[in-house]
Design a protein around this ligand. Structure first.
Ligand code: ATP
Ligand code: MG
Length: 399
């Protein structure tokens, strides 16, 4: 019988003019990574699409699901690969129709892409349409809103026949938009923020500040699961940094006003993140803040923390409501992990009444009493990380 393939369509790549070739190759490599444990014998470029050859048809749907989730994929179609022979188009079209039952109405949509095939699209519509009418006398041809559209695509080498087609996540292939470091907690928000950057094509290097040794390492396991989950879908996370932060929080808690503790922790986190970004040659920081969501996420507090970063700080969720964020977390699969409870540095030495409108002058005064350079140096000397398999990550300077 015919070989089954997934045809991968993309939008934005098409807009990128000269870069198109680079983007297509990136998406191809990323798909190979995402599908590495599946019976897929090739991922190749064919006129305007990528073609994924599925060796075991029973995996077709699972493979299509993984392709759909891959950043850069606009649409995936489950096709039959045929020779350029009308009789094969007909047979595959009948299979496509059967796979969509119950069907009452259909139409055939033939497309030819830069080919010398000598039958026109119009004629193909008629030929395949006539065959299907004869084969399925109970179904009628309907041009407007048919139950099923059977696509017959002919290019230079082959025919592709499909009726089943799904939208993908869109975005850009990971690896096509540079590298960022992302402050990743085990909460619901920051995994979604990281995901959004991955979806726009960035390689994301997460940094987790653990409450260790003052807390257990439970949050580290959750964050590792989150990073793994995001990496499986995108291939865009090469390394997760873990910073044991409990000791520094304890020191800061002893030295500054209780209401300013969180701001001070965050300022130190941003400094460390900038240092790691330098090692990683990353060009921006990412956080999961959403305006006004909690006390620390007011404009004044964001300002009091932002000034510690030389790099731009991206907050992809700044205008999102919690429910919207949860919806994405559920889709991406991080929600379940984030819903588990683990003490991390967020729960450590928290004041009862955190400052909601930090006064910069007071922040600066208290900040200047802390031996910040020593903290940063110690932290950078003790950096820990977990490495992930990734088709796009290039190793940072620390080995
Ligand atoms: P999240 O759901 O991402 O934990 P949150 O709603 O709990 O966010 P905050 O505690 O104010 O909000 O944290 C704001 C942002 O600071 C987080 O989205 C994350 O980017 C960063 N952050 C907070 N705690 C940590 C941590 N332990 N390690 C790394 N980044 C953190
Ligand atoms: Mg949190």
């Amino acid at each position: 019988m015919f070989t089954r393939v997934c045809l991968v369509h993309y939008h934005e790549i098409g807009l990128k003019g000269k870069n198109r070739y680079v983007f297509e190759n990136q998406l191809k490599d990323n798909l190979k990574f995402v599908l590495q444990d599946y019976p897929v014998s090739e991922v190749i470029r064919i006129s305007g699409h990528l073609r994924v050859r599925v060796d075991e048809p029973s995996y077709l749907n699972e493979i299509a699901d993984l392709i759909k989730q891959t950043p850069g994929v606009a649409r995936v179609s489950l096709a039959w690969l045929t020779d350029r022979v009308v009789d094969e188009f007909n047979q595959a079209a009948a299979l496509a129709m059967k796979s969509m039952e119950p069907v009452h109405s259909f139409k055939v949509h033939a497309k030819r892409s830069n080919t010398n095939f000598d039958i026109s699209s119009m004629e193909l519509n008629q030929l395949v349409g006539a065959y299907l009418c004869e084969k399925f006398p109970d179904k009628k041809v309907q041009m407007k809103n048919p139950d099923v559209e059977v696509v017959v695509m002919v290019n230079q080498g082959s025919g592709y026949i499909f009726a089943e087609s799904y939208p993908g996540v869109g975005g850009l292939p990971v690896g096509s938009a540079g590298k960022v470091v992302s402050l990743l907690s085990s909460g619901i928000d920051s995994p979604v923020a990281s995901y959004k950057m991955l979806k726009r094509g960035a390689v994301v290097v997460p940094i987790h500040f653990s409450g260790r040794p003052q807390t257990s390492d439970a949050s580290e396991f959750l964050v590792k699961d989150i990073a793994e989950k995001l990496n499986k879908q995108t291939g865009g996370i090469g390394r997760l940094y873990i910073v044991p932060f409990g000791e520094y929080q304890r020191e800061i808690a002893l030295k500054v006003d209780p209401d300013l503790r969180i701001i001070m922790y965050r300022r130190l986190m941003f400094l460390v993140a900038n240092n790691i970004a330098e090692l990683e040659k990353a060009k921006a920081l990412v956080t999961g803040e959403s305006l006004g969501q909690v006390a620390s996420q007011t404009l004044e507090n964001i300002m009091a923390v932002d000034e510690m970063s030389e790099l731009p700080v991206f907050r992809p969720l700044i205008g999102s409501d919690k429910l919207e964020i949860i919806e994405v977390a559920q889709k991406v699969g991080t929600f379940e992990i984030s819903s588990q409870d683990a003490p991390d540095c967020c729960t450590l030495f928290m004041p009862r009444n955190p400052q909601t409108h930090a006064n910069l002058k007071i922040v600066h005064e208290q900040w200047s009493t802390l031996p910040i350079e020593d903290y940063v140096k110690e932290i950078m000397d003790k950096l820990e990380y977990i490495q992930f398999d990734s088709p796009v990550y290039k190793v940072g300077k620390i080995k």
